[in-house]
Design a protein around this ligand. Sequence first.
Ligand SMILES: *Cc1c(COP(=O)(O)O)cnc(C)c1O
Length: 231
Amino acid sequence: MGSVAENLKIIRERIAAACLRSGRDPGEVHLIGVTKTVPLDRIIEGVEAGIEILGENYVQEAKEKITALRKHNITWHFIGHLQTNKAKTAVEYCDCIQTLDRESLARELHRHALQTRRKVAVLIQVNVGAETSKNGVSPENLTDLFCYASALEGLEVQGLMALPPYYEDPNLVRPHFRAMRELLDQLRRQASRPERMTHLSMGMSHDFEQAIEEGATMVRIGTALFGTRSG
Ligand SMILES: *Cc1c(COP(=O)(O)O)cnc(C)c1O
């Protein structure tokens, strides 16, 4: 495994190539460096190499890393399962919560957003593969959750996020990526501000090129960037 800077360069080239193949502007695809279990010095290597958005799965880890990296200009996305009783900390520390998956969490995020006098950017996590092991709202219940969250003035719903099933052959994930894109298009037709509802967070180390070809605007990359996780 190379240095984070070398890995980043290769990933950027692969993102650009996937954009070229699918006629997309590389400027509309954001790379999120996933830092779960990654030690601080390795994260800093990435930040110094030019990573601007980081994603964390655990609230406590997020808090510590965000505090330690305050002087760097980084946007933080929360990408793990969020317990309702951790919503306050997540709102305090993170710029975007990608894992809104139920009304009770929407209510809590909204409440804490009002207390901090800002709108919190959220994505709705969809369990696109209908897997019992995974969080996310089912595609059937997505419209209801979207309408509910959109009516809360503390939240700004900016799009959808998914963690589709794993396949050895990443091309087999494409139908799930496509389903996500269709769900986003459907919601946009009902959205009062469709121009704000543009993000599709999907694709990881193993399948980000396929995700980009199918419309991802955020790819969340851990191992390909920082190396194999220890924990
Ligand atoms: C760990 C994780 C990733 C990154 O996975 P890699 O395969 O290491 O790139 C992306 N999204 C979520 C939600 C994760 O938990």
